[in-house]
Write a protein that binds this ligand. Structure first.
Ligand code: UDP
Ligand code: MG
Length: 312
């Protein structure tokens, strides 16, 4: 029988762990598959770890990893992917926003031979503003980056063993998973579901963390912003050269007119702005290079019951 591993990152989800587990078991019960449920405690400050340990004590299908601090969802998922043994992995949030009822369909896609089966969510229930901003964002990102991001395609997906191994090959520390899933390629099937509200606890996304996530998405996957800077700079230079030429010609013909304070200051401000933007973009890339050169691991494990755990 094939083994399916469910990877569930959890950060302060004490109220959800048990119901999540029960739902998963209930879904798997009629399915002809073996399964393991890998909880990754991402440095929770509430009773999440205790809940997981309690489950693991009495249920052999529960595996866990507990990270030494909060490393973020992407790193937690990566930690899980390193430790699972499944022929396929299903990545799911622990707040029941990813309906376990879809597991059967995800596995069907896997059996049809797809390496990634993505559960794509609608935006029902999201605020109008958030849906609007997201759709705007995705339009923008897709026009400036080299990989394809699709609105609603998140981490809720099934990965075949081949896809898992491909993801594990990518060792970069600045992980933008949507981009990584797209970057590895492989065949993909999409199934849709209606958005569900979180059952208990609160979302870990604030406005600013969403904005930062957005910037990551743009920067992580291409060098085009650098090029945009270059072209903008070039255009501005050209315009100012024309301007200088025209003004110089007028001065030759008619002599110096107004003191020109306004034009001077406009040019300085304008160029200053362009320069700052360019510096900012370059800084972003240098910052990333700096992070990558440190070669720090993406996560550190505190305790775990997964078998091949050998580091300490
Ligand atoms: N999560 C995590 N580490 C973090 C933040 C979130 O492991 O630093 C987990 C969280 O427990 C949940 C999933 O990632 O299982 C999605 O988080 P959340 O529900 O806050 O995101 P949203 O659904 O609002 O996008
Ligand atoms: Mg959620």
């Amino acid at each position: 029988m094939k083994l399916i591993s469910i990877v569930v990152p959890a950060y302060n989800e004490e109220a959800n762990i048990l119901s999540m587990y029960e739902k998963l078991v209930q879904e798997f019960h009629p399915l002809p598959y073996e399964y393991e449920i890998m909880f990754i405690n991402d440095g929770s400050s509430d009773g999440t770890l205790q809940e997981i340990l309690k489950l693991a004590k009495t249920h052999a299908d529960v595996k866990y990893i507990s990270l030494t601090r909060n490393f973020g969802k992407e790193s937690a998922i990566l930690a899980g992917l390193h430790r699972i043994k499944g022929d396929a992995a299903i990545l799911m949030d622990s707040d029941l926003q990813h309906p376990p009822e879809l597991i059967g369909q995800l596995i069907d896609g896997f059996e049809e031979g797809f390496h990634q089966v993505v559960a794509k969510r609608s935006r029902t229930g999201d605020s109008k503003l958030r849906s609007f901003l997201s759709s705007l964002y995705y339009k923008f990102v897709n026009s400036v980056t080299d990989v394809d991001f699709v609105d609603g395609e998140g981490d809720f997906r099934l990965l075949s063993r081949k896809a898992i191994n491909s993801i594990l090959l990518l060792s970069e520390s600045n992980r933008f998973s949507k981009g990584l899933y797209s970057w590895i390629g492989l065949s993909k099937k999409i199934i849709s579901y209606e958005n569900v509200q979180r059952v208990a606890g609160t979302s870990k996304w604030s406005f600013w963390s969403l904005v930062n996530y957005g910037i990551d998405g743009i920067i992580s996957f291409n060098l085009k912003p650098l090029r945009v800077c270059f072209y903008t700079g070039f255009l501005v230079l050209l315009l100012s050269l024309i301007y200088i030429g025209v003004t110089f010609y007028e001065i030759l013909k008619e002599g110096v007119g107004a003191p020109g304070y306004f034009t001077t200051i406009t040019a300085i401000l304008f160029l200053g702005g362009i320069q700052l933007i360019s510096l900012g973009v370059i800084g972003e890339y240098i910052g990333r290079i700096y992070n990558e050169t440190k070669r720090r691991p993406n996560f550190l494990i505190d305790i775990s019951n997964a078998d091949d755990y050998d580091e300490s």
